[in-house]
Design a protein around this ligand. Structure first.
Ligand code: NAP
Length: 539
């Protein structure tokens, strides 16, 4: 007898929905959450300017009609506080809190004869038949490892650990290190407060204008009225958003037609502003260059100082590192109190007592903001000492990079499910659409096992090898692996360079997952209570 049927790690979008679904199946479950509140990503990332870059109407749950009808998003792109309020509302609305233990870090999980024993930092051990890792992809922060940081006499913060009470930057000299999605959102807001801001940029990034605006309640009502169709389109799309896919190749269009298509996208704004304009942008380098040139021309138009403008112009393949979305980012460099330091020309050598020292100069500051990202996709999973069958450590099993079947399970770790794991399309998509699909698939799988008295399920080695190869082959047919991105672990020294996301899109992935389930969990190994293993096979 175990303490509960399932232990869920994490109370963000994934964990909350997992708890709800498991309860609907009649399972007992407990959610263990490190934060002192629910919300996951949206609990931790409280830095100035934090907001989602997927439209709020689409970046929300669809499982409850009532929830959709009662929640009123106020802006096209919701701010972090609004999304956190939404998730707190969901936790209350579905009475989830009574099964959530906050302030509890899972330190270890061990498979012990048909159940999991999960240890927490409070010294407790809890047992369950199923373990669902809903820990998020962008959870484990990349620690600033700059020489001399301990000497710094000012204050420093990582954006993903921003104090809940906020930081008053008025009258202070601030450094921001990092110009990814986070830095690009935070920099305009910090510049508006600080006396002086120095931005340390290593790689310039492409950023699309958000074209944010208040949401008209009538528009929201219309969207909700037609939501079933809207969400169906999102689920079947590549990126989990209900936009029509492009029909034409950039290289089949004339320069004027291309420019017109990019202008239209730019005016609409959002993460897909350029990338959805043509079919060949992710597969043909020359096609991609046409979008790059358009994006660079926009930076040159906005940024008045031509030297600064050139330093802000990215040269990598557009879309292969996560595209950013901003509100007034490039305009910020026209402010008198903002300075750009190109770290590629003048590398950061150390943090000193007074500020940041590069090869050329020391920049005295009172506050350093590290917007340097995450040990993405695997970091939060590998922080936990997970031991599967015969004591196999997940850290060893994934030493050369993560290996999963469908992104949801990994060989040697029975009854362990990963929500939005490596090998799934989640990070390339509207995360909430992906989360609902993963959690539904996992819940259906657990229901299938229970109906048949099956004690455990595990990814089969051969099917897992085939999935890993399939994910790699899909990526290799695109321009994605060219970029030194967190998608392939390139931002973390020593991390295996393995391209982790499934690139063929949410719709294609959903069909692959559904087929596996329809064939009796083909490729998985299922064990009965008498510990006989059977292989999932075609029905
Ligand atoms: P990130 O994309 O990994 O960006 C980190 C930045 O820090 C990069 O500019 C990187 O430069 C720089 N950096 C890292 N180490 C450095 C060092 N030692 N010296 C100098 N620069 C250094 O991290 P992020 O901006 O936090 O974003 C991570 C992901 O979170 C995004 O891609 C997105 O998926 C998600 N996100 C989404 C939203 C949203 O929905 N609006 C907002 C924020 C984040 P290099 O590029 O040269 O490595």
């Amino acid at each position: 007898m175990t303490d509960v049927d399932a232990i869920v790690v994490g109370a963000g979008f994934s964990g909350l929905y997992t708890l709800h679904r498991l309860r609907e199946l009649g399972l007992s479950a407990v959610v263990l959450e490190r934060g002192s509140g629910v919300g996951g990503t949206w609990y931790w990332n409280r830095y100035p300017g934090a907001r989602c870059d997927i439209e709020s109407i689409d970046y929300c749950y669809s499982f409850s009609r009532e929830l959709l009808e009662e929640w009123e998003w106020t802006e096209r792109y919701a701010t972090q506080p609004e999304i956190l309020r939404y998730l707190e509302h969901v936790a209350d609305r579905f009475d989830l809190r009574r099964d959530i233990r906050l302030g509890t870090t899972v330190t270890a999980a061990t498979w012990e004869h048909e159940h999991w024993a999960v240890e927490t930092d409070a010294g407790d051990t809890l047992t369950a038949q199923h373990l669902v890792l809903a820990v998020g992809n962008l959870t484990a922060v990349k620690r600033p490892d700059f020489a001399g940081l301990e000497e710094f006499e000012g204050d420093w913060y990582h954006t993903a650990r921003w104090p809940g009470e906020g930081v008053d930057l008025r009258g202070r000299r601030v450094a921001v290190i990092g110009t990814g999605s986070t830095g690009i959102q935070a920099i305009p807001r910090i510049a508006a407060q600080a006396e002086h801001l120095v931005v340390f940029q290593r790689t310039p990034n492409y950023s699309m204008p958000a074209v944010n605006r208040p949401l008209d309640p009538a528009e929201l009502r219309d969207a909700v009225a037609g939501y079933d169709e809207r969400r169906r389109r999102a689920r079947e799309s590549d990126a989990g958003v209900p936009i029509a896919p492009p029909e034409r190749a950039a290289l089949d269009a004339t320069p004027d037609e291309r420019r017109a298509a990019y202008e239209t996208g730019w005016r609409r704004g959002g993460i897909n502003a350029l990338s959805n304009a043509f079919t060949d942008l992710f597969t043909d380098a020359e096609a991609n260059r046409t979008a790059q040139e358009f994006a660079r021309s926009r930076i040159r138009e906005v940024v008045r100082d031509p030297v600064v403008a050139e330093a802000l112009c990215p040269s990598h393949t557009i879309g292969t590192k996560r595209t950013c979305v901003d509100i007034g980012y490039f305009e910020t460099y026209n402010r008198e109190n903002v300075e750009l330091v190109d770290v590629r020309r003048s590398p950061i050598e150390a943090i000193t007592a007074r500020g940041v020292a590069t090869a050329d100069a020391e920049h005295p500051v009172d506050v350093i903001v590290f917007a340097i990202g995450f040990d993405a996709m695997t970091g939060a999973l590998l922080e936990i000492d997970i031991r599967g069958r015969d004591g196999l450590a997940l850290r060893d099993a994934w030493e050369a990079g993560p290996r999963t079947l469908l992104g949801v399970a990994t060989a040697g770790f029975p009854n362990m499910f990963i929500v939005t794991g490596p090998g799934s399309p989640s990070v390339l998509s509207n995360m909430v659409v992906s989360i609902e699909q993963h959690v539904d698939w996992i819940a259906d799988c657990i229901a299938h096992l229970r109906e048949r008295g099956v004690a455990w399920i595990e990814a089969g080695e051969d099917a897992q090898d085939a999935w890993v190869e399939h994910v790699a082959a899909l990526a290799d047919a695109t321009l994605y692996p060219e970029a030194t991105s967190w998608y392939l672990g390139a931002n973390i020294p020593g991390k295996p360079r393995v391209f982790m996301p499934y690139v063929a899109g949410c719709g294609a992935y959903r069909r692959e997952c559904d087929e596996v389930a329809a064939r009796g969990y083909e490729g998985f190994v299922l064990g009965t209570r008498e510990a006989q293993a059977t292989t999932g096979r075609r029905a």
